[in-house]
Design a protein around this ligand. Structure first.
Ligand code: NAD
Length: 276
């Protein structure tokens, strides 16, 4: 199997199921990204701040996969926001990754107090014009922040990567993005592997499909239209998570999982609207 693609507002496509490498040491990244490629993933999500762009780059180089066969995302770190500093940070990331062209570049956090995200977005627009990056998007923005990017530059982000899992399903922000042609990408899609994977509702649904809890949660993300990037450094789980592509939930089960939302109580990470 391979992941289905979703199409961006710029015409490019992204594999809906990818593999994320937050908290993976650089010297481990090469091994686990190769395991992910072997399992069938073709989409890798990294960031400058993860400190493993070089390891991801080594995995790409040793995999024998061609650039057009894979989809790589990296992110601009907060301290590098601003027009010129973004252009410089991008080149450093590309050197570590060993790539000529990037598939997707994201502003990692909005950083409302810094208030440099519009200038930063203009640098991403310039990188896309120059052909250095195919698609551009953002992560951890508020509705107001997204709207400012659109109003002040006329360029709509391709994707918005946000904390999103059944305990914090972000219905409002997803709807806001969809209405503007922005795809939504879920980070910490498994709720970082805690209580969510022991939830009774998830367990019941998993038993019904002969699937694991992680697979059910990933299948829910796929069913509601998210791009999803679960992380694991255990090869059997890397494979298990990819096999969630074979699980198709029925409408009642999707609704039951929608019902697990805890609103703001369900959030694990910082609130992007106030976090600098
Ligand atoms: P996740 O929700 O993907 O959970 C990962 C954890 O879940 C693993 O460490 C493991 O403990 C557990 N797990 C994974 N597969 C399992 C399985 N099959 N069975 C049982 N347990 C399993 O958490 P995450 O790493 O925070 O998020 C995924 C990716 O999202 C990251 O690696 C990163 O690429 C991205 N991310 C982005 C941001 C951002 O600010 N943009 C923030 C956090 C994460």
């Amino acid at each position: 199997t391979s992941s289905p693609n979703l199409t961006f507002n710029d015409g490019n496509a992204i594999p809906q199921l990818g593999y994320g490498v937050w908290q993976v040491e650089d010297d481990v990244a090469e091994k686990v990204v190769r395991q992910a490629f072997d399992a069938g993933y073709r989409h890798i999500d990294t960031a400058k701040i993860y400190g493993n762009e070089a390891g991801v780059g080594r995995a790409i180089a040793s995999s024998g996969l061609k650039p057009e066969e894979i989809f790589i995302t990296t992110k601009l770190w907060n301290a590098d926001q601003g027009y010129e500093s973004t252009l410089a940070a991008f080149e450093e990331s590309m050197n570590r990754l060993g790539l000529e062209t990037l598939d997707l570049y994201l502003i990692h956090w909005m950083q409302p107090k810094q208030d440099k995200f519009v200038d930063t977005w203009k640098a991403l627009i310039e990188l896309q014009k120059r052909g250095r990056v195919k698609s551009i998007g953002v992560s951890n923005f508020s509705k107001e922040g997204l709207q400012r990017l659109i109003d002040e530059t006329g360029v709509v982000p391709a994707i918005h990567q946000i904390e999103l899992h059944p305990f914090f399903n972000q219905a409002e922000l997803r709807e806001f993005a969809t209405a503007r042609g922005i795809l939504t990408q879920a980070w910490s899609p498994l709720g970082q592997g805690g209580e969510l994977l022991e939830n009774a509702t998830i367990a019941q649904i998993a038993a019904k499909y002969g699937a694991t809890p992680a697979q059910v949660v990933i299948a829910w993300h796929l069913a509601i239209g998210n791009v999803v990037i679960p992380k694991s450094v255990t090869e059997s789980r890397i494979q298990e998570n990819f096999a969630a592509l074979g699980v198709t939930l029925d409408e009642a089960d999707i609704e039951a999982i929608n019902g697990l939302d805890r609103g703001a109580e369900g959030r694990i990470g910082p609130d992007p609207a106030v976090s600098d």
